[in-house]
Design a protein around this ligand. Sequence first.
Ligand SMILES: Nc1nc2c(c(=O)[nH]1)N[C@H]1C(S)=C(S)[C@@H](COP(=O)(O)O)O[C@H]1N2
Ligand SMILES: [Mo]
Length: 155
Amino acid sequence: MSRSDLSAPARTHASVRLHGMLDAPGELTVAQLRELPVSRVEATFDCLGSGEQRHRFEGPRLWDVVRAARPVVDLRGRKARLAFLLAVTGADGHCAVVSWAEIDPDFGGQEILLATSADGTPLDAAGPQLVVPGDRSGARYISGITDVWVGPFRG
Ligand SMILES: Nc1nc2c(c(=O)[nH]1)N[C@H]1C(S)=C(S)[C@@H](COP(=O)(O)O)O[C@H]1N2
Ligand SMILES: [Mo]
């Protein structure tokens, strides 16, 4: 066996693990994310280190991705779901939470995406990027997403 056979495989098909209080948890590749309805946004954000940036993103809404994983939450009333949150983590451990109400159409209904491409470049190898058009800062634009956890805050 040659040395190269022993090396770690390149991350050519990154996937996102959807877990937490879900009836259909699982692992989704960027190609699978593209099968959901696609949104396109042009977003401007500010980075403390590199100033203002503008990018074109496309991908499914986080809301549609989460709904497809069948969260165990009562959607008939409006109060039970308000304790839910989504914790999004990148390959480097950078993590941020999105509250359920930010993306629920009965509340904020924000168009937050799991981008499958940025400025026309596919993110199949790198993993999807969180797009939060309402944020002034770029810090929640988490790239190389590996995990989305969904569940209730238990304070
Ligand atoms: N995984 C990961 N994503 C991240 C960060 C990070 O440290 N790790 N930094 C964030 C910050 S602070 C900014 S401003 C944007 C920068 O986006 P860019 O990499 O396209 O410049 O990425 C965000 N996404
Ligand atoms: Mo930043």
